[in-house]
Design a protein around this ligand. Structure first.
Ligand code: PRP
Length: 209
C-alpha cells in the first residue's frame, strides 16, 4: 500500500468534530482518541495519518505539501490566504466574523478615522476597503473585546459564536462580516498525485455530512 494520506487537523473542537466524521465514515479512530501527547496518529483502515496542529500551521503544512489535506476554519483561510484547494464545507465549527462595538455606540457617525482592534487584520482591512472606509487597524492577540472597553478601539472585528462574550462585556454586533465553518483543504500537487484516493475520501465525506 502507498504511504498514508496525511491530514492536518486543527487541534481542539475541529479535531473532535473531524474525528467524529471519520468515525461516521466507518474508520477506527482509536489512536487519535487515545493520543496522549502524540501529534501524528494513524487511522489505519482509511490509509490516513492525522497530524494535530494549530490552525495557521494546518495551512502552512498543506501549502508546503508535507500534509496532503487539512481541516481548518474559514476564518484562518480568509486571514492567511495561501495556495491550496478549498474542497468541502464540512458544516461544523459554525460561527461568524462580525463588527462589534460598545452597546449603542454610533460607529458610523462623525468624521474621524475609526480604530479597529482584531486578531484578523487582513480580514478587517479587506472588509473596510470594500466599504471604501479608512480605518486604523490594531492587531490584538486574544480577548479583543477588551479593546473598546479600554477605549483603545472604536470597534472590533472578531469571531462570534453564541454572542455570550460580547453580551457579558456590554458589546453588540453592528454588522456581520462573513460566515465561518470548517473547510477541507488539499495541497495542489497532492490532489493531482493522489487524485483517486482524495476524491474517494471527499465523496465519502460528502455522502455523510
Ligand atoms: C473566540 C472569540 C470570542 C469568543 C466568541 O475566542 O475571539 O472571544 O470566542 O464566542 P461566543 O460568541 O460564543 O462568546 P476564543 O474562545 O477562541 O479565545 P481567544 O480569545 O483566546 O481566541
Amino acid at each position: 500500500m502507498s504511504r498514508p494520506i496525511r491530514m492536518a487537523l486543527t487541534k481542539g473542537r475541529l479535531e473532535k468534530d473531524t474525528v467524529g466524521l471519520l468515525e461516521k465514515l466507518g474508520f477506527d479512530c482509536t489512536a487519535v482518541r487515545e493520543k496522549g501527547r502524540k501529534l501524528i496518529l494513524p487511522v489505519p483502515d482509511a490509509n490516513l495519518e492525522v497530524v494535530l496542529a494549530k490552525a495557521n500551521d494546518v495551512i502552512t503544512y498543506v501549502e508546503h505539501g508535507v500534509c496532503d489535506m487539512g481541516v481548518v476554519g474559514k476564518d484562518t483561510i480568509m486571514e492567511m490566504n495561501g495556495k491550496f484547494y478549498e474542497l468541502v464545507d464540512l458544516g461544523f465549527g459554525k460561527c461568524k466574523f462580525a463588527l462589534a462595538t460598545k452597546k449603542d455606540y454610533d460607529f458610523y457617525g462623525g468624521y474621524g478615522i475609526k480604530t479597529i482592534a482584531t486578531k484578523y487584520p487582513n480580514v478587517s482591512r479587506h472588509f473596510f476597503e470594500k466599504k471604501g472606509m479608512d480605518t486604523e487597524i490594531i492587531k490584538i492577540e486574544g480577548s479583543v473585546e477588551l479593546a473598546p472597553l479600554l477605549e483603545l478601539a472604536d470597534g472590533i472585528v472578531d469571531i462570534v459564536e453564541t454572542g455570550t462574550t460580547l453580551k457579558e462585556n456590554g458589546l453588540e454586533v453592528i454588522e456581520d462580516v462573513a460566515p465561518i465553518s470548517a473547510r477541507l483543504i488539499a495541497n495542489t500537487v497532492s490532489l493531482k498525485m493522489r487524485q483517486a484516493e482524495i476524491e474517494g475520501l471527499i465523496k465519502l465525506i460528502e455522502e455523510n455530512l
